[in-house]
Design a protein around this ligand. Sequence first.
Ligand code: 3PY
Length: 261
Amino acid sequence: MARQILIAGNWKMNKGAADGAQLIKDLKAQFGSGCSCCCSGAKKPEVLVCPTFTTLSAVVAEAQGSCLLVGAQNIHWADQGAFTGEISGAMLKECGVTHVIIGHSERRQYFGETDATVNQRLKAALKNGLTAVVCVGETLAEREAGTTNVVVERQVRGALADISADDMKKVVIAYEPVWAIGTGKVASDEQAQEVHAFIRGLLKVMFSCPCVADSTRILYGGSMNAANAAGLLAQPDIDGGLIGGASLKPADFATIVKAAA
Ligand code: 3PY
């Protein structure tokens, strides 16, 4: 099954509203009017940018009329209430976002995110009609101990607990080996493909409908950049990328999008 490629930029805690809007202007200039590099031709990668909460509205406004999609980097499971520092799905929708990243390893590592909270956040995203990019990935110690598949399986099963085959239409999985995040180290094409194929096989086991495994997009994340994107994106089970630092550089991000087209 042909899966539409998704190239997603995770801006992390970078770019305030003015800088974020400027980055969108620069991206539009890279893509040409109407984002021709990603909106024309037979293959049309989706392009998503995920700024900080306070930058969302400015970026949504600047992205209007272009092919750029806008997402957030987190969502709380409650609709409202005493959850200092959190944000609800309704609030994100009010800003005009359509996507949200959930369970990034930085959230798991620094903010106590667990498989259970990832699952709660995912349910909130789906309830609010948002497409979720759910992140999984092993640490270096786990890889060296030979437990990559065990860890990734636990994370995927935990994140997707009680999620139906129908819900999966709005779920994207991002495999991001923790040892490749912010380190400049990248999984080889083969290492990445191996885990992606494992995740797809797992989805086959988890969902009785085979179309779930065939149609769910699995992105690679972790130091994907303009130089290594083409090799990674050529792998049969890699359906796009979740890009950190390179998504802040318009020319590099555009190169990655072009590599996917
Ligand atoms: C990275 O590429 O470093 C990322 O964390 C993408 O989410």
